[in-house]
Design a protein around this ligand. Structure first.
Ligand SMILES: C[S@@+](CC[C@H](N)C(=O)[O-])C[C@H]1O[C@@H](n2cnc3c(N)ncnc32)[C@H](O)[C@@H]1O
Length: 263
C-alpha cells in the first residue's frame, strides 16, 4: 500500500474542508464535464472522484444528477463526503481505499483526480498500479482527468515558497501554512518532503496540527506515458481547469491531463 501522508491534517476532515473551500467547485466541475463531452465517447452518467478528500466535486456532480463515487485513503474524509452529500440531499457512494490499488463494482464514464493528489503516489510501481486500477474503473471511451502541479512550479521552485492563508466557515477558522521549513528534495526519486502546519479554532477550542509528507514531482510526459502503458490516450493538456488556458500559456499554473480510455 502507498504511504499515507499528512495524516493528522487529512484525518481532521472538517478542518480540511474549511481550508480548501476557496475553490470554485461548480466551475471546475463544468470544466470536467465539458472535456468529457469534447474528448470522450458516449453519455456521461457516472463519475469517480479519486483521492476525493471531502468530495467537493463528487457531491456537486451528484447534485447535477450524476451517479457519484468518492474514493479516499482517509476514512474521516469519506465520512465528511457522506455528511456533505446528506446535507445536499444527494447520494454519494464512499469508498475507503488506496488509489494505487482498488476495484469498483461498475466502471464509470468519467474519473478525476484533483488538487495535485496524484503526487502522493511515490513509486513507479504505485503509479503503474494506479493507472491499471483506473483503466479497469473507466469504461472504454470514458475519460480520466488529472490535475497536477505545473512544471514551472518545480523549475522555478515556486512550489517550495511558503504559502499561508486563513478560511472561516461558521464557528470554524483554519489557518494553513504550506511549508514551514525548506523541503528535503531527492532528485533521483523525484520526491520532496515538506512540513505543513494547520491551526484550527472551533467549538472544541484551538489546536495545531503539524505534519510531514513526502510527495513526488510527477511531470506531464510521465502522466502521458503511464496512461498509455495502461490503455489511455492523451487527448489534451491544459494549464488550469479551464479550456481557455493552454499548458504553455503564461497564465498556466497547473498540469491538467485529459486522457481517454481505449476501446
Ligand atoms: C490535497 S488532498 C485533495 C483532496 C481532493 N482531491 C480535493 O480536491 O480537495 C489529497 C487527498 O489525497 C488523499 N490520499 C493520499 N494518498 C492517497 C492514496 N494513496 N489513495 C487514496 N487517497 C489518498 C488524502 O487522504 C487527501 O484526502
Amino acid at each position: 500500500m502507498s504511504t499515507p501522508a499528512h495524516t493528522a491534517f487529512y484525518d481532521d476532515a472538517r478542518a480540511y474542508d474549511v481550508a480548501f473551500s476557496y475553490r470554485d467547485v461548480e466551475a471546475e466541475l463544468s470544466f470536467l464535464i465539458d472535456v468529457a463531452g469534447r474528448f470522450g465517447r458516449g453519455s456521461l452518467d457516472s463519475v469517480l472522484e479519486l483521492a476525493s478528500g471531502p468530495g467537493y466535486h463528487a457531491v456537486a456532480a451528484a447534485r447535477r444528477g450524476l451517479s457519484a463515487t468518492a474514493l479516499d485513503l482517509s476514512a474521516p474524509m469519506i465520512e465528511r463526503a457522506k455528511i456533505k452529500a446528506k446535507e445536499a440531499r444527494v447520494d454519494v457512494d464512499g469508498v475507503v481505499a488506496d488509489m494505487a490499488r482498488f476495484t469498483l463494482k461498475e466502471p464509470v464514464d468519467l474519473a478525476f483526480n484533483l488538487l495535485t493528489s496524484i503526487s502522493y503516489l511515490l513509486s513507479s510501481d504505485d503509479l503503474h498500479a494506479h493507472f491499471r486500477s483506473v483503466a479497469a474503473a473507466v469504461r472504454p471511451g470514458g475519460v480520466y482527468v488529472v490535475e497536477n502541479n505545473h512544471p514551472n512550479d518545480f523549475w522555478t521552485r515556486e512550489h517550495f515558497q511558503p504559502s499561508r492563508w486563513t478560511m472561516k466557515q461558521g464557528d470554524v477558522e483554519v489557518f494553513t501554512s504550506w511549508i514551514d521549513e525548506p523541503p528535503v528534495i531527492d532528485i533521483v526519486r523525484q520526491t520532496y518532503s515538506v512540513v505543513a502546519r494547520t491551526e484550527v479554532s472551533d467549538g472544541a477550542g484551538k489546536r495545531t496540527l503539524t505534519d510531514q509528507a513526502t510527495l513526488r514531482m510527477v511531470w506531464p510526459q510521465e502522466l502521458k506515458a503511464y496512461g498509455e502503458a495502461h490503455g489511455f490516450r492523451l487527448a489534451a493538456f491544459y494549464g488550469a481547469l479551464d479550456v481557455d488556458v493552454a499548458i504553455d500559456d503564461p497564465k498556466a499554473w497547473r498540469t491538467v491531463a485529459v486522457m481517454v480510455r481505449d476501446g
